[in-house]
Structure formats: structure tokens, C-alpha cells
Design a protein around this ligand. Structure first.
Ligand code: MN
Ligand code: MN
Length: 461
């Protein structure tokens, strides 16, 4: 080897390595945008995923006596997370191919007793969910999503404020003329948690009757009853999420980018879903997981700390007559989550040589964590080697990515919950600009190559 390019390696724009993928990426992302517009919460994602998994049979260990290659199963965990399985040609104890993404995103949840009136304006009290910059949430249109149970045990699923003819909701901010003191607050406190109150009405019930206390609140509750059949008490048995009412749009004169709410992590969940649905005759058994609660630490029985997934695997292994632990130790998991793309406007926090960049392909993140890799999975050289070999063989454009400069901050993914089961795990996903904002930015070419990466992994390894 004599020339420089044989010794060195450069991470470049996808189009320098895959010249002909623009059209394919555009086509893939048209469907992606439709998904983003129709499934904005974990419950809506579960509904979307199951309705598209048409040839998958519900996994019931009491009914399924044997499994054979190419069988497809789904398991719905409480309407908030879902698992899709395709049985491979090889025995289960040759290992599984896991692809695990999350379908919850940062948002504003309603408190259990949320309705109040102040000076004839009616509001919802909120408690934000996940890591948000609170100042980003006032003065943008919001919509209401969730499930509310009624006295009689029935429930209503709400998706309101998305259609053109439906109203939106909003949080107010102070005008600059009177914001001298507010502007001296730190950015973190620019809008405080208890100031994230959503305006939901302003007309009193009965102008004639002065005796009605809190007439605007009463009128708003009446409209809520007429629209959804719910009363104030029912908010205590509800999960209601307010999210940006924005639709996904192309960005840039060249239409190369997509802005949408909740791309962390639906920008990985959607390619994972497409790769799984198209995974027809795999060698190894694939287990594609769409999990909940990642944004608050994977907690609860719909998050990755739960035994839910691992119980399913054990049930599957019981049917096949193998031990789950024998399968795990030979398995690989792609923890399918986003990384922060290098942002030239805020270059200070990134280490240029080890950041991920938009349009440079699917990001292989060896480790996340903070303060000396603390709390990170840290994929082994062996695992990195296996995945890189596969990506190169299948001509998937990939890049590496570290989450910001050393000691500047940090974060985590579900990777550690898979690796603690003795599964080789690596983070593989899309680079995102403005991550955790109400309107995140990604590249179409990256999304397409992430889909190619998951597809190659499920079919090949
Ligand atoms: Mn994420
Ligand atoms: Mn996140």
C-alpha cells in the first residue's frame, strides 16, 4: 500500500458513496412522514405497528405448541409497547437478532387534576415528560392525545387538534416589553415547569347567571363532556399527552431534510418496522422491539427495565425446548436510537472528529454515558467489528458518533438493559439536529441508510 487513501479513512457525505439513493430515500421518506403525522404517541405507534403487521399472529404461549421457520408473532404490551418476532431457519440457541427502538418522546403530560380557571381563562396544568428545554414549548400549536377511562369502565382514545378543522391549544409567553426580569432568568428557568399551563377556553357558561362559580371552567368541562363524554373526575384515570400539532415537512430548497415532532426515536422505529415487516426468510430469529418510557429512564412495566420482553423470550424458548440464556449469549442487539448530529452553530460542545453528521449515514455509537463513559454500554471491539463488516458488505453508509465533547454532558439509551442480559449490544441510529425540541431535524438519506442497515442486519447475520 503506497497511496495515502489506503491507510487513512474519511467519513463523507452519503452521496459520495451511494450516488443513486436520492430517489429511493425520497420515496421511503414520503411514507415516513405519513407515519410521523399519524402516530405521535406510544399508544398511536402501537396501533400503527400492529395494524401494519398483518401476517403476524398474536403470541399466546398456551395456544402455540410448536414454532417453525418464518412464523411471525406479535405481542402487545398494554397498548404502549410491542414486540414483533420472525422465526429464523437456525435453532433459537444460535442467537437472536434484536432491534430495539423506543416510541415514547418528550412531551407535556396532564396532571391528574389538571383543569383550572384564572381571570376567566381556562387552563390545563401539565407536568413535562422527558428532557425538554421548557422555553421551547410556549407559543406553538399543541394537540391532545391519550386515553381516558370513564366511571363505567369504558374508555375513550383522544386524538384532537391534528385535523385542519379542529382547534389547537397553546401556552403563552411574556411580551418582550415586560420581560426585563424574565430575561434575566437562566435559560433553564426562562419558562418554569409550573408556567407550562395550556390555554383551553375563555367563554363562561351562562352570561345571565352570576351565581355560576368559575363559569369558564364549567363551560369548558361541558364541552369536554359533549365531545368526549368525560367529566373532571375522569382525568384521574387518564393518560393525556400534549404534543406539537406540527405536521412533518420537507426542509430546504433541495428538500433533503425532514422536520417533525418526536423523531427521537420514531426516526429509528419506522425503519426498524419496515425492515422487520420485510424480513421474510431470515437465518436467525429476529425480535424487533418498540419500547416505551425510554425518555424517563426506561422505567415501568412498558419500559426496558421490565421483565416483559425477557419473559416472552423465555416462553418462546420453552416452546422450542432451549434455554433463554443459551440464546442471549449468542445474540446481537442493535439498540436503535438517535445520536446528536454535529451542529455548526453550536460547534463548541462537539468534538469534530468523533461527532456524527447529518448525511453521513447510519451512526454506530460505541458508547454513550457521561463523565468517563459512566452509565454506558460501551460496545466491544468484537461487536463493532461484526457490525462494520456487515455494513461494508451490504454497502450501507455508516459513521461513528460520540455524544458531544468529553465531560460536557451526556445521555443514555436502552443498550445497557439488553447488554446486562448477556447480549452483545451496539447503538445504531439516525443523527438528529435540535434533538428533544418540539420540531427535530433529520436527513432523508440518513433515514434511508438506517433502514438499509436494519434490513441487512435482520437478513444476514
Ligand atoms: Mn432516544
Ligand atoms: Mn431522547
Amino acid at each position: 500500500m503506497s497511496n495515502k487513501s489506503e491507510y487513512s479513512y474519511e467519513y463523507t457525505h452519503i452521496l459520495k458513496k451511494d450516488k443513486n439513493c436520492v430517489e429511493k430515500a425520497d420515496k421511503f421518506c414520503e411514507d415516513y412522514k405519513m407515519f410521523m403525522n399519524s402516530a405521535k404517541t406510544e399508544r398511536e405507534c402501537v396501533k400503527y405497528i400492529i395494524s401494519h403487521a398483518k401476517n403476524y399472529v398474536e403470541f399466546d404461549k398456551n395456544k402455540i405448541k410448536s414454532i417453525k421457520p418464518y412464523d411471525k408473532f406479535y405481542i402487545n404490551n398494554r397498548d404502549k409497547s410491542v414486540v414483533l418476532i420472525t422465526i429464523g431457519e437456525e435453532p433459537l440457541d444460535n442467537g437472536f437478532n434484536f432491534v430495539v427502538s423506543h416510541i415514547d418522546s418528550p412531551r407535556l403530560d396532564l396532571k391528574p387534576n389538571p383543569v383550572f380557571e384564572n381571570e376567566e381563562i381556562c387552563y390545563f396544568h401539565t407536568h413535562y415528560y422527558g428532557g425538554i428545554k421548557k422555553y421551547q414549548w410556549p407559543t406553538i400549536p399543541l394537540s391532545m392525545h391519550g386515553r381516558i377511562f370513564k366511571e363505567d369502565g369504558s374508555y375513550v382514545d383522544v386524538n384532537f387538534g391534528e385535523k385542519d378543522d379542529e382547534p389547537r391549544f397553546i401556552i403563552t409567553d411574556l411580551l418582550p416589553h415586560l420581560a426585563k426580569e424574565q430575561e434575566n432568568r437562566t435559560l433553564r428557568e426562562g419558562i418554569k415547569g409550573e408556567e407550562l399551563n395550556i390555554v383551553i377556553g375563555s367563554i363562561p357558561k351562562d352570561f345571565e347567571d352570576d351565581k355560576v362559580k368559575e363559569a369558564v371552567k364549567t363551560n369548558t368541562l361541558k364541552i369536554l363532556y359533549d365531545t368526549f363524554g368525560i367529566t373532571e373526575k375522569d382525568f384521574a384515570r387518564a393518560e393525556i399527552e400534549f404534543v406539537p400539532a406540527f405536521k412533518a415537512y420537507d426542509i430546504g430548497f433541495d428538500r433533503s431534510l425532514i422536520a417533525a415532532y418526536g423523531q427521537d426515536d420514531r426516526v429509528c422505529a419506522y425503519p426498524a418496522l419496515m425492515a422487520e415487516l420485510e424480513n421474510v426468510k431470515p437465518k436467525k430469529t429476529s425480535i424487533t422491539v418498540f419500547t416505551d418510557k425510554e425518555e424517563i429512564g426506561s422505567e415501568g412495566n412498558t419500559g426496558m427495565v421490565s421483565e416483559f420482553l425477557f419473559d416472552i423470550v423465555e416462553d418462546l424458548c420453552d416452546i422450542a425446548g432451549v434455554k433463554a440464556r443459551d440464546c442471549y449469549r449468542k445474540s446481537i442487539c442493535l439498540s436503535s436510537d438517535v445520536n446528536s448530529a454535529y451542529d455548526p452553530t453550536f460547534s463548541d460542545v462537539f468534538e469534530k472528529m468523533n461527532s456524527s453528521y447529518i448525511n453521513r449515514g447510519v451512526v454506530l455509537t460505541k458508547y454513550t454515558g457521561h463523565g468517563g463513559k459512566s452509565g454506558s454500554n460501551d460496545a466491544s471491539a468484537e461487536t463493532m467489528a461484526k457490525v462494520i463488516k456487515l455494513m461494508d458488505k451490504e454497502k450501507v453508509v455508516w459513521q461513528i458518533g460520540e455524544l458531544g465533547k468529553v465531560d460536557i454532558g451526556g445521555g443514555g439509551t436502552i443498550a445497557k438493559y439488553m447488554s446486562q442480559r448477556n447480549v452483545d449490544t451496539i447503538d445504531v441510529g439516525v443523527a438528529v439536529l435540535s434533538m428533544h425540541s418540539p420540531y427535530e431535524l433529520t436527513s432523508k438519506l440518513d433515514i434511508y441508510h438506517t433502514y438499509l442497515a436494519y434490513k441487512a442486519f435482520l437478513l444476514n447475520e
